[in-house]
Write a protein that binds this ligand. Structure first.
Ligand SMILES: [Zn+2]
Length: 351
């Protein structure tokens, strides 16, 4: 009896722990062998094979959710052809890919698609993906980014330990009182950022406030800024920005078939916080989150308006040609944001 053996890896259902495995084919039946033990067997037509795309690893899907993965595209193509498997058409796709005429014609289409994707699809896709990324993954991403930022951006905080503890105490108290914090575990950090008043949140829940911000605000004003930052985390604005910023790099990486450099996403996260800003829509969403939490916790929303005012006037004192990153470059302020907080305060005081 003729036998084909394809070597690769086996992933149990829902797991990323892979084991070396062999897929053995005898005419129309298969056996999946792990550690010299047959773990699955059956009709080859009950399996689903992924399409061939260049030299990317081929996947074989079993009914139970188990997956088998192999770089041996040639053997898979051969056995699909020999068994006249329904996924055999994928071989044709690959043949089309090899044809230069069609390849050249498709470049024009691809260019159009790529343009459309970055112009229209990416923001929507980033938003979607940002909300699909597990909390644990986004915490991992932030860990590395925080290291990088604290190395290059901050010096040690000069705020007294007692004051830091008081602020952290309020921060943790409020967190326990807010019903939805998105499942993240939050940590507050203090740092000196060259005398600049700033606050920002990393996607995993690390929130950094600078000494200048602590010194210029009252407790309630500072808390209102912290609520705003928590809002960015809950609404996953940082992740969205990172995804938008790194998608291009990731697409190139995938195209080249080397997935190991995806670890560089961490650097991407740090870069995003140094260079980019949130969109107006994201700022407005974080403002709404802050104002709603303040109302819920019986804090007058006017404190957010006052905090914004103080921070805005600080930015006015920084010369325009100074390329230091001040609060407003990451938090574009406007009279309308302050105005909204004042209106919410009026409504709050009338209730
Ligand atoms: Zn913001």
């Amino acid at each position: 009896m003729q036998q084909t053996t394809v070597t690769g890896y086996c992933y149990p259902p829902g797991s990323s722990n892979r084991k070396s495995a062999e897929l053995c084919i005898y005419e129309n039946t298969y056996e999946l062998v792990v550690d010299e033990r047959i773990v699955k067997s059956g009709d080859i037509h009950s399996l689903k094979f992924s399409d061939r795309i260049g030299s990317i690893n081929r996947k074989v899907f079993f009914d139970s959710g188990t997956q088998f993965e192999t770089p041996d595209n040639e053997s898979i193509d051969l056995l699909l052809a020999n068994t006249q498997h329904k996924n055999n058409s994928s071989t044709k796709v690959n043949k089309l890919e090899s044809s230069w005429t069609i390849a050249i014609a498709s470049i024009a289409c691809t260019a159009l698609l790529v343009f459309g994707f970055f112009k229209f699809g990416l923001p929507a896709a980033a938003n979607y993906a940002a909300h699909k990324i597990p909390v644990s993954a986004s915490e991992k991403l932030s860990e590395g980014a925080l290291d990088i930022l604290s190395k290059f951006l901050f010096t040690e905080s000069k705020i007294s330990k007692a004051k830091q503890e008081a602020i952290t105490g309020r921060f943790n108290h409020y967190l326990s009182a807010i019903p939805d914090t998105g499942g993240f575990s939050y940590t507050l950090h203090f740092g000196n950022m060259n005398g600049i008043a700033n606050a920002f949140a990393l996607p995993g829940g690390d929130i950094v406030v600078t000494d200048a911000l602590v010194n210029m605000t009252t407790d309630k004003e500072l808390d209102s800024v912290l609520f705003h930052e928590i809002g960015h985390v809950v609404e996953r604005h940082g992740l969205e920005g990172v995804i938008k910023g790194t998608t291009m790099a990731v697409l190139v990486t995938i195209a080249l078939g080397d997935l190991s450099t995806i670890a560089e996403l961490t650097t991407g996260t740090a870069t995003f916080f140094l260079q980019s800003s949130y969109t107006r829509a994201a700022e407005s969403e974080a403002d709404d989150y802050s104002l709603s939490q303040m109302e819920r916790l019986n804090i007058d929303p006017i404190h957010f308006a006052n905090a914004m005012r103080k921070i805005s006037s600080q930015s006015g004192r920084i010369p325009k040609d100074d390329d230091r990153k001040e609060y407003l470059s990451t938090h574009p302020s406007s009279a309308s944001r302050i105005e909204k907080a004042i209106q919410r305060s009026e409504a709050y005081n009338q209730r």
